[in-house]
Design a protein around this ligand. Structure first.
Ligand code: F6P
Length: 333
């Protein structure tokens, strides 16, 4: 883009994630440092449709770096999925004189960003979701904080499961991906981890893992289940029927979305927010800010949305060896 950027919008969209506020703060302060005004769009893409906005200053984003959630609110917008809705959003951008929009969210947010860019509004996306399931980036804001929240909860569960010599089945978030479940499962020393990326052989993946753990001398068992696999309650019932235990089931749910962002999320969000505005300052747009090998890169939105990220199944081998030595090779890796 050759025209000087004078005003940009910033919004948060999709499921909220710890660190979104840090990203908003970085966008606002980088914009202001470059003489660019910043308009906060509330409630995601729906906010553009409804002209739901607030002017943001350096002071507006003071003291939010360490706060979970998003001061701009977030929402999922059915109306934005329609051409009519998107045209209303474009009209708002024109009314506000926006030269571009920074959209902070996940894959769904970026699909909306692509549509808006095709209608002539430059957009730069910042990946923020606790699922870490955005294909173009190694890391999404909120993932590490969410993992540590889940790990803290499961460590507490282990205390009581150990005392009563019980089996715990814990359902974690992640939508249709197992990144959160696998990372947490390794970090808590789970007896087994079930993820949607791999069809479950219940006998081998659950029953035999519990039996082997018992043979290894354990008297309590921690089963981590990604929500994309299905209901942890059902997994608990199947364990009861198969091995005669009476598992206690815990669905961590939205607690994984809250809490103060940790160091990694605050720092990553700040860098990503800075680079998002920097793209506009340097005359670019229609890209997603991504981390690759620890560095920050910009990827064109269309290309970014086509990229796929696969679960690192070799990490299961590591978990198996930690739990069982070499007997089981769950994924043949
Ligand atoms: O995408 C983030 C996420 O927390 C998923 O892990 C989860 O499945 C989903 O959002 C829940 O959505 P909602 O907050 O609308 O119930």
């Amino acid at each position: 883009m050759d025209k000087k950027i004078k005003r940009i919008g910033v919004l948060t969209s999709g499921g909220d994630a710890p660190g979104m506020n840090a990203a908003v703060r970085a966008v606002v302060r980088t914009a202001i440092a470059n003489g660019i005004e910043c308009v906060g769009i509330r409630r995601g893409w729906q906010g553009l449709i409804n002209s739901d906005f607030v002017m943001l200053t350096r002071e507006s984003v003071g003291h939010i770096l360490s706060r979970g959630g998003t001061i701009l609110y977030t929402a999922r917008s059915e109306e934005f999925m329609t051409e009519k809705g998107r045209l209303k959003a474009v009209a708002t951008c024109k009314m506000l004189g926006l030269d571009g929009v920074v959209a902070i969210g996940g894959d769904g947010t970026f699909r909306g960003a692509l549509e808006l860019s095709r209608l002539g509004v430059p957009v730069v996306g910042v990946p923020a979701t606790i699922d870490n399931d955005v294909g173009c980036t190694n890391y999404t804001i909120g993932f590490d904080t969410a993992c540590n929240t889940a790990i803290d909860c499961i460590d507490k569960l282990r205390d009581t499961m150990q005392s009563h010599e019980r089996c715990s089945v814990v359902e974690v978030m992640g939508r249709n991906a197992g990144f959160l479940a696998l990372y947490v499962g390794i970090a808590v020393g789970a007896t087994t981890v079930l993820v949607p990326e791999r069809p479950i052989d219940f006998q081998k993946d659950v029953v035999e893992r519990i039996q082997d753990s018992r043979l290894a001398g354990n008297t309590h068992f921690m089963i981590v289940v990604a929500e994309g696999v299905g209901s942890a309650v059902e997994i608990g019932k199947r364990i009861h029927d198969a091995v005669g235990m009476d598992p206690r089931v815990t669905v961590l749910g939205h607690i994984q979305r809250g809490g103060a962002p940790n160091a990694r999320d605050r720092e990553t969000a700040t860098r990503m927010g800075y680079y998002a505005v920097n793209a506009f300052v340097e005359g670019r747009g229609n890209s997603i800010i991504a981390t690759q090998e620890g560095g920050i890169v910009e990827i064109p939105i269309e290309e970014a949305l086509q990229r796929k990220k696969h679960l690192q199944m070799d990490r299961y081998r590591i978990m198996e060896i930690m739990q069982y030595g070499t007997k089981h090779n769950l994924f043949g890796v």
